[in-house]
Design a protein around this ligand. Structure first.
Ligand code: CA
Length: 225
């Protein structure tokens, strides 16, 4: 099994390398994000141990860049930070598992072995309604071949509606799923965002993917409108 370790702290990188070599792994070490991408394009790794805080490109960006070029090597992300937000972001960019520093080497080894036992990583599915496509990995929205520029909030709204296409979704439900607890405004803000989303994904294409359901909210037309 060949593993790429991406870590800029030399002592940490060396101790990981030594530990893994002792366990019979072939190990390469990259010291920054760009180097990591280069190594990953030059060799077929069975897994990548990827530190989050890295020079040049951070771990999230490396992870996303790999997935964008359709590289689905299992990734174990290392970070000194902890918290659900980081974890969500890490998993969202396509990392397969997540380990918070400091950790015991045996724990890393167990997580790594468990990653390697899994039958490879599967690409999260693209959400589609007709020619309207949302890709959770690349964070891209398209109508046919045309890429549509949406804000992160608009992306989240569309993602929720597409996940529940054909169902009437209330403004309150969208508010609960797309806005955080800090937001203390009312459901009318949802109208504003849905309006701007329609101007991007529907109006220019003469379609109505987002249907207003009187008294109930919105429904995404599974045919794309
Ligand atoms: Ca680091």
């Amino acid at each position: 099994m060949r593993v790429l370790v991406v870590e800029d702290e030399t002592a940490m990188a060396e101790s990981l390398r030594d530990g893994l070599v002792n366990e019979g792994f072939a190990v390469d070490v990259a010291g920054d994000g760009e180097e990591a991408l280069w190594y990953a394009s030059e060799a077929a790794y069975d897994a990548i141990i990827l530190d989050l805080m890295l020079p040049k490109l951070n771990g999230f960006k490396v992870c996303r860049a790999l997935r964008e070029r359709d590289d689905w090597t299992p990734i174990l992300m290392l970070t000194a930070k902890s918290g659900h937000l980081d974890e969500a972001e890490g998993l969202d960019t396509g990392a397969d598992d997540y380990l918070t520093k400091p950790f015991a080497f045996v724990v890393l080894l167990a997580r790594l072995r468990s990653l390697l036992r899994r039958k490879g990583t599967t690409r999260p599915v693209r959400l589609e309604a007709g020619d309207l496509v949302l890709d959770p990995v690349t964070h891209q929205v398209r109508r046919g071949e045309q890429v549509i520029d949406v804000t992160p909030r608009e992306f989240s709204i569309l993602e929720y509606l597409l996940t529940h296409s054909g169902e009437a979704i209330s403004k309150q439900t969208l508010l609960d799923h797309v806005w955080d607890f800090e937001f203390d405004g009312g459901p009318n803000i949802v109208e504003v965002y849905v309006g701007s989303l329609r101007k991007k994904i529907d109006t220019p294409f003469d379609k109505t993917a987002i249907v207003t359901v009187r008294g109930a909210g919105y429904m995404l037309d599974p045919t794309g409108g």
